[in-house]
Every structure is written in structure tokens, then in C-alpha cells.
Write a protein that binds this ligand. Structure first.
Ligand code: URA
Length: 239
């Protein structure tokens, strides 16, 4: 059997995304044949080597896919030293799932959880630019000029933001409700874009990932994705 990179084997077994698995290795919680492996690169033979994470042996898992309607105050990482509620705590499954991308702790709405690191890598790759729609409540009245700037792209530390649709759903002197669709997934992107045009976010909710919505899923609840939905996600992220 050809040796494979340890982080790839961990991610393939649904431990977490490949990048997060690298962090786990460097954190010293991964053992191969009882010995801690905390440096990279590291190679293993998944058929022969005994690999554990936090003392639990990893095994090849069936791929699972869920859509969670994340409540406020829940975090999208699999390890939290502060012991806050994690998105994975809300999804009942025997498999070790993780979030595809992340929503901030204060952001609500739809997020996909899976143990399929291959799909996770593709869905977060800028090349495929899957549309993600948010409904944002901002303080004060949004002007047409701010909406135009958001559509054209604003400069963030990573560069100019890409294709963005903006729909003003409601506005008055106190607050405005905006629907914004982006195709990138930069950290805190919507909040930073709005701040760039002088708007302060009061609440942020992701209403749609591609064609997946929270319809029928209560806040804090989840449902498995159908075979057709998984097939659609895979197709949407194929070259
Ligand atoms: N943009 C943000 O600012 N926060 C999120 O949680 C998602 C997108």
C-alpha cells in the first residue's frame, strides 16, 4: 500500500478538514502505532498503521451530509477550549462530522456538516464560487450608493471582493434589511464588506447555500441532505 500524508488520511476518515487535521497533528493529539506524531510531513499506511486522535482509533467512515439551521451563540469548530456549544453538538450522528466553512458565533442560518473532506475542499475552493445568500439587518438607512459599492466590490485585506448581488428588502431611519449574495468565503466577509461602506451589522443570517435553504428546519435543528442534493453539490463543484 502506498503511504499517504497523515492529514489526508485523517481528513478522509472524517476527523476534520485537511488543514484542521494538520493543526491536530502539530497539537500532538495524533498517534501512529502508539507514538505521538507532531511534525509534518508525516506519512502512514492507513491499511497497516494504527492511527488514533485523542485516543480514539480512526476508521474509514461512510460519507454523511447534513444541513443545520445554526442558532446564535454556537461555534463552528470541532474543538473549543472555552467549552461553548459547537455546531457538531447539534447534529446527532455516529460519524465525526465538521462544518464546511464557518459561520461566526453570532451568525445564524444554514451550514453543511459532513465527514467528506473532498467535498468540503471543493465547496470552499474559490474556483467554484458557490452562491451564498445572507439577510443582514444593519443600523440606520442604507443608501443606493452603499449598495452600488457593495455590488462593484470593496477592498478588503485579501483584495477586492468579487461578484455580489444586493437587494434592499426594507429600510427606515432606524435600520435596514438587506439581502446579499456572495460567491467567496472570506473570513467575516459580509460584516467586513458592510463596515467598508459604513454600515454596522445588527444581525446576520445565512438563508441559502446554492439552492439549499432552511425551509422546514427549525432553529438548532438539522436534516440529512438528500442523495439528489449531494449529487447537485458535487456537480456544482466539478471542473
Ligand atoms: N460573513 C460574515 O461576516 N460572517 C459570517 O458568519 C458569514 C459570512
Amino acid at each position: 500500500m502506498v503511504e499517504q500524508r497523515l492529514q489526508k488520511v485523517l481528513a478522509g476518515a472524517g476527523v476534520d478538514s485537511r488543514r484542521k487535521c494538520e493543526e491536530l497533528i502539530l497539537d500532538g493529539v495524533v498517534r501512529v502505532n502508539r507514538k505521538v506524531v507532531d511534525t509534518l510531513p508525516a506519512f502512514v499506511d492507513p491499511e497497516k498503521d494504527i492511527i488514533t486522535v485523542d485516543g480514539r482509533r480512526i476508521r474509514a467512515a461512510a460519507k454523511v451530509y447534513f444541513l443545520l439551521n445554526k442558532p446564535k451563540g454556537v461555534i463552528c469548530t470541532n474543538r473549543d477550549p472555552q467549552g461553548r456549544t459547537k455546531a457538531i453538538d447539534l447534529v446527532r450522528t455516529a460519524e465525526r462530522v465538521f462544518c464546511i466553512g464557518r459561520l461566526d458565533v453570532d451568525t445564524t442560518g444554514v451550514i453543511i456538516l459532513t465527514n467528506d473532506s473532498e467535498l468540503a475542499n471543493r465547496l470552499t475552493h474559490p474556483r467554484y464560487g458557490l452562491a451564498k445568500t445572507y439577510v443582514v439587518k444593519v443600523k440606520g438607512q442604507i443608501g443606493g450608493d452603499a449598495a452600488e459599492k457593495l455590488k462593484k466590490g470593496v477592498w478588503l485585506a485579501e483584495g477586492k471582493t468579487g461578484r455580489t448581488s444586493v437587494k434592499i428588502l426594507k429600510r427606515n431611519y432606524k435600520e435596514s434589511l438587506i439581502e446579499i449574495t456572495i460567491r467567496q468565503g472570506l473570513n467575516r466577509q459580509v460584516r467586513r464588506m458592510l463596515l467598508k461602506v459604513g454600515l454596522r451589522v445588527k444581525s446576520l443570517k445565512r438563508t441559502q447555500i446554492g439552492k439549499l435553504t432552511a425551509r422546514g428546519i427549525g432553529v438548532g435543528k438539522f436534516r440529512p441532505l438528500s442523495k439528489a442534493e449531494v449529487a447537485w453539490l458535487k456537480k456544482a463543484t466539478t471542473a
